[in-house]
Design a protein around this ligand. Structure first.
Ligand code: SAM
Length: 217
């Protein structure tokens, strides 16, 4: 009689060697190339920027395309393109910043700049929990006031206005300063951002820890 139990047979060494190698799709690759491997920028859906403050709410976006009309909507009052180098430019201290930086190498430089910027702001970064920049400038930085871990993956937009497929990872919105934390919480409450919001309170006395959680939904 034939058994219904499926037998697992480990592949032979020859079969393993012939099997195609898995392609590693990193976020850096996702940001840098489209399906046909042509260079492409990926932009934040305008509803998200709008819910977090919008063009009038954000004073500065230091990472923008050369041609701002490529963006689905303006992201801030002042937008700095690559040719003017938003990283090297001095940000005026009070500027409230929107930052969806170029992913990959150099993330730590963008993140340290925003984390230490006195005017605060909101960053949108991939949900990679292991890199140094995530620990140094998000999870352990004294200016981080809240984070929101997306439930599901965002669909970024191409310069031609079309929407891409879901990003290869979830995203994290990082709030620096109280205003940023309020905007982030509001966007979640309005349902524009789906995910888990964590207010980050630096607990200085153990007694404070029992006074209720700002993370309750
Ligand atoms: C992920 S896109 C985000 C665009 C837009 N801020 C948004 O939220 O949709 C990153 C942008 O940063 C630009 N960029 C890369 N290096 C830059 C630099 N050093 N200074 C300014 N912009 C830069 C890229 O051209 C790209 O348009």
């Amino acid at each position: 009689m034939q058994s219904n139990v499926l037998q697992f047979k480990p592949a032979t060494r020859t079969k393993r060697l012939l099997a195609p190698k898995a392609t590693r799709l990193t976020t850096a690759c996702y940001k840098a190339c489209d399906k046909d491997h042509s260079a492409v920028d990926w932009y934040t859906p305008p509803a998200i920027v709008e819910a977090l403050g919008g063009q009038e709410g954000f004073d500065l976006d230091p990472c923008t395309p050369e041609d701002h009309s490529d963006l689905p909507a303006p992201t801030a009052r002042r937008m700095i393109p690559r040719s003017q180098d938003g990283l090297a430019t001095v940000w005026w201290p009070q500027a409230f910043v929107w930052m969806n930086p170029p992913y990959g190498k150099g993330m730590d430089k963008w993140m340290t700049k925003l984390a230490n910027h006195p005017g605060g702001g909101i960053a949108l970064v991939p949900a990679h929990m292991d890199p140094g920049w995530m620990h140094d400038f998000v999870l352990n930085h004294h200016n981080t006031t809240a984070i929101l871990l997306t439930r599901g993956r965002l669909k970024f937009m191409r310069p031609d206005g079309t929407t891409g497929t879901a990003a290869p990872t979830g995203s994290v919105f990082v709030a620096y300063g109280q205003r940023a934390a309020r905007n982030l919480k509001k966007a979640q409450e309005e349902g524009v951002l789906r995910g888990k919001f964590f207010a980050i309170q630096r607990v200085t006395k153990v007694a404070n820890a029992n006074q209720g959680s700002a993370n309750d939904e």
